[in-house]
Design a protein around this ligand. Structure first.
Ligand code: SF4
Length: 406
């Protein structure tokens, strides 16, 4: 599947860049993309591809995340395909099912597109029967007979990848409904990756991974172990957005330094992830053409971050650690006298503050049991705070969540 998408010319790309202007795609980046592009318009311009573990498939290094109103934004899928962004990620739950339905509408109108796309979806049912039911529904919604990569969605322990799940995946592969199988993880990623590398039957993983998380030795070991085991890795939450609304001096300084180099800081954060060749693709939420274009430009741009720029990101990660939840819920949640999904609530706060997606944050929060939501401000979080490696004021944030997400 390497670079076999619909091609667009260098001229088309730059014309589009001109429409958007410097707000999203800086002129210096656009210029570098122009030079990186093939000399002949006939040769086209596509984002690069990388091998996805030992699957034998090459995926686009940039993927479209489907957490947006896909039915009303078909232009994004069209344009993604034009630029070779052929890794498309969705989930049964996104937009109440409309994300999958929007992809289905696209394939119905563009039947030739299906074979160009590496289609990923995910679900989190209670048992294999539920998994089969949800898989069949996804196939129907997306008007396809197979899913390229199917994830058990949002695991927090490798124990969830049971023998039962393995047998189910093998059965679905045998009947042609799945090509590859694995899991996604926002919590305890390092432990899940290390466990997966030992299982021997996981094809792919999507995990939170960014310029903050990549700094830890344990994450480095986990990524190395998966690469050695031939597991394809997709990074998500690559912007490392935090739970605390910040407009700190460090943030402004960081953005300013990258602007001088011709990148936005958001593009630099993507590049920091791509610089690890063991990460096959980045799944990015790109709900409009402006963001898609800026990310495509970053994916095509061939300049590397300098040692100084990498150090700048590392310094920033350290300076702002207390505003970022690293997902190590095994530490904080087990310290509490009563169950509280600290990691989930932290993620909802991230959607609220960093993504600015208040509706999604509130909708997800509303799915928590009423009794659990009402107890958030009555729990003593001090034992959890003592264990938190990021030194997060967990109690303050849980109380804030109870206020702003209710
Ligand atoms: S609050 Fe702290 S301990 Fe809990 S998951 Fe986040 S970073 Fe880890």
């Amino acid at each position: 599947m390497a670079n076999d998408g619909v091609r667009c010319s260098r001229r088309q790309f730059l014309r589009a860049a001109g429409i958007l202007g410097a707000g999203s795609l800086l002129p210096a980046v656009a210029e570098r993309v122009a030079h990186a592009a093939p000399k002949s318009d006939k040769e086209g311009l596509l984002v690069p591809t990388r091998a996805f573990g030992k699957t034998g498939v090459a995926v686009s290094t940039l993927g479209v995340g489907g957490m947006f109103d896909v039915p009303s934004n078909q232009i994004i899928l069209h344009q993604a395909l034009q630029w070779g962004v052929t890794y498309w990620d969705t989930a049964t739950s996104y937009e109440g099912g409309n994300s999958e339905k929007g992809i289905g509408a696209f394939f119905t109108k563009n039947p030739d597109a299906r074979k160009k796309v590496f289609l990923v979806t995910k679900a989190n049912p209670n048992d294999p029967d539920g998994m089969t039911r949800l898989l069949n529904r996804s196939l129907e919604r997306m008007n396809t007979t197979y899913i390229d990569l199917y994830f058990l969605h949002g695991i927090s322990s490798i124990r969830e990848m049971s023998d039962e799940m393995k047998t189910w995946a093998e059965k679905m592969k045998a009947v042609g409904k799945l090509r590859f199988f694995g899991f996604s993880a926002h919590s305890n990623m390092e432990e899940c990756l290390l466990g997966a590398a030992k299982l021997g039957w996981i094809d792919g993983i999507m995990m939170a991974y960014n310029y903050r998380l990549m700094q830890s030795d344990k994450m480095r070991q986990a990524v190395d172990a998966c690469a050695a085991a031939g597991i394809g890795l997709t990074a998500m939450k690559t912007q490392g957005g935090g739970q605390v609304r910040t407009e700190s001096e460090a943030e402004i300084k960081l953005a300013g330094r990258f602007l001088q180099k011709g990148f936005t800081d958001r593009q630099a954060k993507l590049k920091a992830v791509w610089e690890n060749p063991k990460i096959a693709s980045i799944c990015s939420q790109m709900p409009n053409i402006t963001i898609l274009m800026a990310n495509v430009a970053a994916a095509m741009d061939r300049t590397s971050l300098s040692a100084e720029e990498r150090a700048l990101l590392q310094r920033y990660a350290l300076d702002t650690a207390s505003g970022y939840c690293a997902g190590c819920t095994r530490l904080c949640q087990t310290a509490l006298s009563t169950p509280v999904p600290v990691g989930d609530v932290m993620r909802y706060l991230m959607y609220y503050h960093d993504y600015g997606d208040r509706d999604r944050a509130r909708a997800l929060f509303a799915e928590l049991p009423t009794e659990m939501r009402s107890r958030l401000d009555r729990v003593d979080y001090s034992p959890a705070e003592e264990r938190c490696p990021q030194r997060i004021a967990i109690g303050r944030l849980m109380r804030e969540a109870g206020r702003v997400l209710a």
